[in-house]
Ligand binder design. Structure first.
Ligand code: FMN
Length: 342
C-alpha cells in the first residue's frame, strides 16, 4: 500500500476547496463562471464536464478557453482511458486550469455507454490507473467527484474502498455527492433528487481518511447548512442553489473566507455584468446565451419578475445590452414595481 502523503502535490491546501460551485452541464459555461466571479472571488468554480473524446478530437479552444477572472477554476473530465485522461490533463494544465477533476458521479445512459461517470465506481482499479496517469502527466491537483454508491447498495465499505484505492493512486481530494447513483430506471435529473442523501457517510470518510481533503455535495442550500457541514468535512460544493439564487454567493467571501465581497449591491453586479454582455455583443457573440445564467440575480426583490422577463424577451436579442440597460426595469424601485402591474 502506498502512503498517499508520500507524493503530495505542491500547492494543495484543503482551504482551496472550502466552497465551490458544482460542475453543471449546459449551465456552468464560461459566461456563467464569469457572472459568478462578480459575486464571489474565493469560491472555486468548475467547468461543465468535457469528455476526453470531445477534447482530443474536437475544438479544443472552444472547450477550454476561459478568462483570467475565473480563477480558481477546475476542468472536469469525463472518460476512463488512462492515456486519454493523461493527454487531456496535459491540455488542462497548458490552458492554465487550477485543477483537473474526474467525473465518477454522472449517471446518464450516454455516459454509461462511454464507460465513464458513476459506473466507474464499480471499477476502482481502472479509475486508479486513470488518476495515476493524470498525476504523472501534470503538477496541478487531480481530484475525483463521485457518489457514495451505485444502484441500491448501501454499504459504506463500498465508498470507503473506492476512496482508499484512489488515495493509494495519489488522489488527495474527493468531492462526494452524498447519494447513490441508480444506474437503471432514473433520469439524470431524478438521480439528483430521488436516491436519499446520506451525509453521515461523507463525514465518516473524513474520519477514516483525515489526511484527505473531503468535500460534501448534494442538496445543500442555506449558508447555515454550509457552515454546519464545514464542522465535519473540509469543503462544501453547491450546485443548483448557487445557480438559481446567485445573490446568495455575494455573502460567501465574507462569511467563509473573511474577505470583502466583490460587490456590496446587486446593482453593482448588474452594471459589471452589462459591461460583459456589451463586450460579447461587440465581439459578435449573442449576449442572451450569457444572460440566461444571470436571470436570478434579483430574485426575492420586488420587480425581479419583470426584470427577468425583460432580459429574456427574444425581441431584445439583437439590441446592444447597454442600450437595453437604459430601458430595463429597476427591481426594488418604484419604477421596477410599476412595470409588473398589468
Ligand atoms: C443541470 C445540471 C448539470 C449537471 N452536470 C454535471 C456535470 O457535468 N458533472 C458533474 O459531475 N455533475 C453534474 N451535475 C451534478 C452536480 O454537479 C451536483 O453534484 C448535483 O446537482 C448535486 O448538488 P446540488 O444539490 O447542490 O445541486 C449536474 C447537475 C445539474 C443540475
Amino acid at each position: 500500500m502506498i502512503d498517499s502523503r508520500a507524493h503530495q502535490q505542491p500547492g494543495i491546501a484543503p482551504e482551496a476547496w472550502r466552497l465551490s460551485v458544482a460542475p453543471m452541464l449546459d449551465w456552468t459555461d464560461r459566461h456563467c463562471r464569469h457572472f459568478h466571479r462578480l459575486l464571489t472571488r474565493r469560491t472555486r468554480l468548475y467547468t461543465e464536464m468535457v469528455t476526453t473524446g470531445a477534447l482530443l478530437h474536437g475544438d479544443q479552444a472552444r472547450h477550454l478557453d476561459f478568462d483570467a477572472i475565473e480563477h480558481p477554476v477546475a476542468l472536469q473530465l469525463g472518460g476512463s482511458d488512462p492515456a486519454d485522461l493523461a493527454a487531456c490533463a496535459r491540455l488542462a494544465q497548458r490552458w492554465g486550469y487550477d485543477e483537473v477533476n474526474l467525473n465518477c458521479g454522472c449517471p446518464s445512459e450516454r455516459v454509461q455507454k462511454g464507460a465513464f461517470g458513476a459506473c466507474l465506481m464499480a471499477e476502482p482499479a481502472l479509475v486508479a490507473d486513470g488518476v495515476k496517469a493524470m498525476r504523472d502527466a501534470v503538477d496541478v491537483p487531480v481530484t475525483v467527484k463521485h457518489r457514495i454508491g451505485i444502484d441500491r447498495g448501501e454499504s459504506y465499505d463500498f465508498v470507503r474502498d473506492f476512496v482508499g484505492t484512489l488515495a493509494d493512486a495519489g488522489c488527495e481530494v474527493f468531492i462526494v455527492h452524498a447519494r447513490n447513483a441508480w444506474l437503471q430506471g432514473l433520469s439524470p435529473k431524478e438521480n439528483r433528487d430521488i436516491p436519499p442523501l446520506r451525509y453521515e457517510q461523507v463525514y465518516q470518510l473524513k474520519r477514516d481518511f483525515p489526511q484527505l481533503t473531503i468535500v460534501i455535495n448534494g442538496g445543500i442550500r442555506t449558508d447555515d447548512e454550509i457552515a454546519a457541514h464545514l464542522a465535519h468535512v473540509d469543503g462544501v460544493m453547491v450546485g443548483r442553489q448557487a445557480y438559481h439564487e446567485p445573490w446568495q454567493m455575494a455573502g460567501w467571501d465574507l462569511r467563509f473566507f473573511g474577505e470583502a465581497a466583490p460587490a456590496g449591491e446587486r446593482a453593482q453586479v448588474e452594471a459589471a455584468w452589462m459591461d460583459y454582455l456589451q463586450a460579447q455583443h461587440l465581439g459578435g457573440r449573442p449576449w442572451p446565451q450569457a444572460m440566461r445564467h444571470a436571470l436570478g440575480l434579483w430574485n426575492g426583490v420586488a420587480g425581479a419578475r419583470s426584470w427577468r422577463q425583460f432580459w429574456s424577451d427574444h425581441h431584445h436579442k439583437l439590441r446592444p445590452p447597454h442600450e437595453l440597460s437604459a430601458l430595463s426595469p429597476r427591481p426594488g424601485t418604484a419604477a421596477g414595481r410599476e412595470r409588473i402591474a398589468p
